[in-house]
Design a protein around this ligand. Structure first.
Ligand SMILES: *Cc1c(COP(=O)(O)O)cnc(C)c1O
Length: 437
């Protein structure tokens, strides 16, 4: 059996020494993988229970067009999301074009001129800089007289409670808490930490809206930020909760009054949730959510496997291979441009789609340096699918995430190492002996 597997990998371009190193790493990960599976199992029950409780039925998979009045599937799906997140209401729509759009809706819908938004966890995700107006941008919230304040995390990654207390004022309307580190070096927050932060903030100003950018965090833990006091939780359907099947979309869940404001902002005042044709995506949204706990488990296994593999080879990785996980992003600091390129080409070569394409670094809008991206995905930009990108600048880190199945994630990571070895022959610590490849 082992020989057959080894042969299957060899046919894919993974030498047996590389596979052997991978398998040695894996043999030390069984306990962690069991824990991931246990969380996925809990989340699966949560999703199933929400689907049963809200009576998902075959008619839910039908489609609406035009105004989209009385779309049973859309309404049931929103009830299912609300149940999964233990929230009062949800807005889950194909008309929400991406995670950034969902966040924009939530921020803009729940603030008015003169209000202030506070981020107590440092700089938000890059695309939010333009929305808030940290970077001047046409149509930003700042142009509407909504101001922004930020309190950075302390150098040990902890919350600056004194700073936060000092920053909250009469105008503070909404707190934006980003769960995932995104492409920064700060630690990702656990749901428990988010709960502590929210409790502290509500102790100072009980009526402030606590909103969590939940991107990349869904189903990584047994609970979600709405279980620990978040008033709103926002994310993208081409990340975790879409399970790889949602072709587009975003979600907003939380308190009814705030979700309603979001609906008025997404469509129009007065119409709110009543309109918005589902255009045939209902089945994919339901089925993707149903698969999401398993898909997230696979992506997490891939992230931990990569961390341990590259750590063993002497590279710095964030988070560390033995650290607890709160999102699915893994970064590996490769130290030079050639290695970043090689890594991404390996990920691309392992993809089910566009595997023959050779990614090149290019000047992307919004980045200071050239960026290389690997994405052989079924849906454009879908980062729950195995994908990697790296700005070609010091410290030459690559960020990667996803994998619709664990086996694909494993192949992709081994392939990244194969490509890296072509650039830098390394001594591989396999089978007690050192083998230079
Ligand atoms: C991906 C991401 C976003 C933006 O989502 P898009 O779908 O790329 O617009 C926002 N915040 C965080 C933390 C993210 O990871």
């Amino acid at each position: 059996m082992q020989n057959k597997l080894s042969k299957a990998y060899e046919e894919m371009g993974i030498r047996k020494e590389v596979l052997a190193l991978g398998d040695k790493i894996l043999s030390e990960l069984s306990e962690r993988f069991q824990n991931i599976d246990r969380i996925a199992e809990i989340c699966q029950m949560k999703v199933l229970s929400a689907m049963q409780k809200n009576k998902v039925c075959e008619q839910c998979f039908e489609s609406s067009t035009g105004y989209g009045y009385n779309d049973l599937g859309r309404e049931t799906l929103e009830a299912v999301y609300a149940s999964v997140f233990h929230a009062e209401d949800a807005l889950v729509r194909a008309q929400i074009t991406c995670g950034t759009h969902a966040l924009t809706i939530a921020l803009a819908a729940n603030t008015r001129p003169g209000d202030e938004i506070l981020s107590p966890v440092g700089k938000p995700y890059d695309t939010l800089e333009g929305i808030i107006g940290i970077q001047p941008s046409p149509g930003s919230l700042s142009e509407y007289g909504i101001t922004y304040r930020q309190v950075d995390l302390l150098s040990d990654g902890g919350f600056d409670y004194d700073g936060i207390r000092a920053a909250i004022n009469d105008r503070t309307k909404l707190i934006e808490i980003q769960r995932s580190k995104g492409y920064q070096t700060r630690p990702t927050l656990s749901v428990a930490q988010i709960g502590e932060l929210i409790a502290f903030i509500k102790g100072i100003k009980p009526d402030v809206i606590c909103m969590v950018d939940n991107c990349y965090g869904e189903f990584v833990e047994e609970i979600e930020p709405t279980d620990v006091g978040a008033d709103l939780c926002v994310g993208s359907l081409i990340k975790n909760p879409g399970g790889g099947l949602a072709p587009i979309g975003g979600y907003i869940v939380g308190r009814k009054e705030y979700v309603e404001q979001c609906a008025y902002r997404l469509t129009t005042p007065g119409l709110g949730k009543e309109v918005g044709a589902s255009l045939g995506v209902n089945r994919a949204f339901f089925q993707g959510l149903f698969l999401a706990p398993t898909v997230v488990a696979g992506a997490l296994k891939g992230a931990i496997f990569a961390a341990r593999l590259y750590e063993t080879l002497g590279y710095a990785v964030v988070p560390g291979g033995t650290e607890e996980r709160h999102d699915i992003i893994q970064s590996v600091i490769l130290g030079n441009a050639e290695s970043v390129v090689a890594f991404c080409r390996g990920i691309q070569a392992a993809a089910p789609v566009d595997s023959y394409v050779v990614p090149e670094p290019w000047a992307m809008p919004g980045y200071h340096s050239d960026v290389i991206m690997a994405a052989g995905a079924f849906y454009q930009g879908s980062s729950i699918e195995l994908s990697a990108d790296g700005p070609v600048e010091p410290p030459y880190a690559v960020y990667f995430q996803g994998g619709l199945t664990w086996y694909h994630a494993k192949l992709g990571i081994l392939m990244s190492l194969e490509y890296l070895l072509r650039e830098n022959p390394l001594a591989l610590p396999c089978n007690d002996e050192e083998t230079v490849l």
